[in-house]
Design a protein around this ligand. Sequence first.
Ligand SMILES: *[C@@H]1O[C@H](CO)[C@@H](O)[C@H](O)[C@H]1NC(C)=O
Ligand SMILES: *[C@@H]1O[C@H](CO)[C@@H](O)[C@H](O)[C@H]1NC(C)=O
Ligand SMILES: [Cu+2]
Length: 140
Amino acid sequence: MLSKAVFLALVPAVLAVDHPVTVGENGGLTFTPNQILAYIGDTITFTFVSKNHTVTTTNFSGAVCPPPAGGVGVNGWDSGFLPVVGTTMPQFVYTVVDTAPHFAACMQGGGSHCRAGMTFALNPTEDMTFDEFNANAEAS
Ligand SMILES: *[C@@H]1O[C@H](CO)[C@@H](O)[C@H](O)[C@H]1NC(C)=O
Ligand SMILES: *[C@@H]1O[C@H](CO)[C@@H](O)[C@H](O)[C@H]1NC(C)=O
Ligand SMILES: [Cu+2]
């Protein structure tokens, strides 16, 4: 049996959680769910289940669609294009490294997927909501 001190040393200070997100469910231009709240150390596992999409950070407003290659912002990310070929469903895992809001969308189609609502928010705020971001995307 482990002593209490050893046992406590083995328990992480914060229990990291994985947040699964499905990309292209039922062949749609969607992230499911389209917004999540997560802590530093958590992971987001994006599973691509149809077509050929990306999850790429972009601006909250202004030039939203399409997101640029490499993504926007400090600690932004870009999965690159992850086509579903046969029965292989590619995954992209992002580890949360800050508490800032991050807004992402799909790059495919020169911005057409992004403008059609293929948008996603990590840690949106009262001032920067998912709905407002999505409206900015539609209008961009
Ligand atoms: C996925 O989309 C990108 C960008 O349109 C394209 O360059 C690439 O060839 C596509 N991949 C497949 C397997 O269709
Ligand atoms: C995102 O917004 C910043 C700040 O307004 C701007 O400098 C940058 O060019 C924008 N990025 C894109 C891809 O439009
Ligand atoms: Cu897409």
